[in-house]
Design a protein around this ligand. Structure first.
Ligand code: AMP
Length: 172
């Protein structure tokens, strides 16, 4: 299935110069959504992933479905003030703006095998924040996965230590 056909490009959102890749058109298509989750699950089946770690909001949609499919746990990473227990935090820059992400400080047990997931790799700042949060634990990062990679932004170069996977690549 050509998953890229289900992604809608919105020019100049949320600000001028950004080509926003809208995945709502993929999520609403039952075959495309299923093919996406199955496509990601196929890569990681047999890798004994214990947890998928993903950030709100779009990361939760794919992260929840993929965790269910892999039969592993899901760890939500959230914006400030959302997680109820004590947290570790990390600040990072986006393709448009800055943000801070939090993870519960007891989220991952020792030696957990972790897959980091996000919907889209742009500059890599968000996924790198997830990597840095997981590094606060004695965990093993198996890989960093995305539905979409924007190759021209070269975000992949931030993850030399880990395998990077994506189902769709766009050059812009
Ligand atoms: P970055 O941290 O620069 O890799 O940006 C990735 C995060 O920002 C992802 O969680 C995306 O949801 C969002 N994002 C950044 N750029 C875009 C884009 N062009 N289209 C859609 N989402 C984007």
């Amino acid at each position: 299935m050509k998953l890229e056909r289900h992604i809608r490009n919105i020019p100049d959102f949320p600000k001028k110069g950004i080509q926003f890749k809208d995945i709502t058109t993929l999520l609403s298509d039952k075959k495309a959504f299923k093919a996406t989750v199955n496509g990601l699950a196929k890569i990681f089946k047999g890798k004994n992933i214990d947890y998928v770690v993903a950030a709100e909001a779009r990361g939760f949609i794919l992260g929840g479905a993929l965790s269910y499919k892999l039969g592993c746990g899901f760890i939500p990473v959230r914006k400030p003030g959302k997680l109820p227990y004590r947290t570790y935090k990390h600040s990072y820059s986006l393709e448009y703006g800055t943000n801070e992400l939090h993870i519960h400080e007891d989220a991952l047990p020792k030696n957990a095998k972790v897959l980091i997931l996000d919907d889209l790799l742009a500059t890599g700042g968000t996924a790198l924040a997830l990597v840095n949060l997981v590094k606060k634990f004695d965990a093993d990062i198996v890989g960093v996965a995305f539905l979409i990679e924007l190759t021209d932004l070269k975000g992949k170069e931030k993850f030399k230590e880990y395998p990077v996977y994506s189902l769709i690549k766009f050059d812009i």
